[in-house]
Design a protein around this ligand. Structure first.
Ligand SMILES: Nc1ncnc2c1ncn2[C@@H]1O[C@H](COP(=O)(O)OP(=O)(O)OP(=O)(O)O)[C@@H](O)[C@H]1O
Length: 253
């Protein structure tokens, strides 16, 4: 599904991502972990097209993404969810989810937001897709309510529904559990696991390492921009380099 080869990106003299190779299979849930500043967000931004690599290539289903801008990658089904955690206030939950689909249609987001005439042709179809997505994440009862009235946990579910409505093939989840209480985390983790079972390919960056360990098929560990380990959750848990990186010790032999 996704193949990253030799990708580097620096800011001034600091490499945020350095010579990263990474391959994510179709339907896989890949966890990405690493200490603060390891390069996780930069990696997501490179995949989504918000940043350009200095070196290396990123290919989706065999197609090199090259210099494609972020909105074109979103139309191909790649996007970061949660990074901005945007909730459009003054719009219903359903409308917030429909925005996801509009981003991928010809009419586009602004036509939808401004409710221009050509938008109406697509409206019914997208509304049905939004309702299906809301049902999928358990938010049907909230569809008509103002989005800002949703509790935080449900707002995160709404973000997932937006991604489902947009028909994303590769979901980049950037710290989806941040700020959530334990019960909300559990619910979100359950939902992410279900989406993976449905066949979505997911990359999950999360500081809650326990959550990543439980959900991921494989985990890639970044430290100072480099991949220091890549393996199953069991392999990662017992990897001395990972333990060292997390304890802030020298990454040694
Ligand atoms: N736009 C930028 N300009 C300058 N330096 C940047 C920029 N973005 C990231 N960096 C630097 O690149 C490195 C990696 O940052 P990045 O945000 O990707 O790490 P991260 O693993 O996502 O960290 P965190 O877990 O704290 O979110 C850091 O040293 C950071 O200061």
């Amino acid at each position: 599904m996704l193949r990253i080869e030799g990708v580097s990106r620096h800011f001034g003299g600091v490499y945020a991502v350095r010579d990263v190779d990474l391959a994510v299979g179709e339907g896989e849930l890949r966890g990405i972990i690493g200490p603060n500043g390891a390069g996780k967000s930069t990696l997501f931004n490179l995949i989504a097209g918000h940043l350009r690599p200095d070196e290396g290539t990123i290919a989706l289903r065999g197609r090199p993404l090259g210099r494609l801008p972020a909105h074109s990658r979103a139309a191909l089904g790649v996007a970061i969810v949660f990074q901005a955690a945007r909730v459009f206030r003054g719009m219903s939950v359903r409308e917030n989810v429909m925005v996801g689909a509009h981003a991928g249609t010809r009419a586009g987001f602004w036509t939808a937001a401004l409710r221009l005439p050509r938008h109406h042709r697509e409206e019914r179809l997208i509304r049905a897709r939004a309702d299906a997505a809301l049902a999928r994440v358990g938010l049907s009862d909230w569809a008509g309510r103002p989005a800002e009235s949703l509790p935080l946990g449900q707002q995160r579910s709404m973000q997932l529904a937006r991604a489902l409505c947009a028909g994303l093939a590769l979901l980049l989840l950037d710290e989806p559990a941040s700020g959530l209480r334990a019960a909300e985390r559990e619910a979100l983790a359950g939902l992410i696991a279900e989406l993976r079972r449905d066949g979505l390919t997911i990359m999950l960056v999360e500081h809650d390492v326990g959550m990543v360990t439980r959900l991921a098929d494989r985990i890639t560990v970044l430290d100072l921009g480099r991949v220091i380990a890549d393996g199953t959750p069991e392999e990662i848990r017992s990897d001395p380099r990972v333990i060292a990186a997390y304890l802030g010790e020298e990454v040694g032999t």
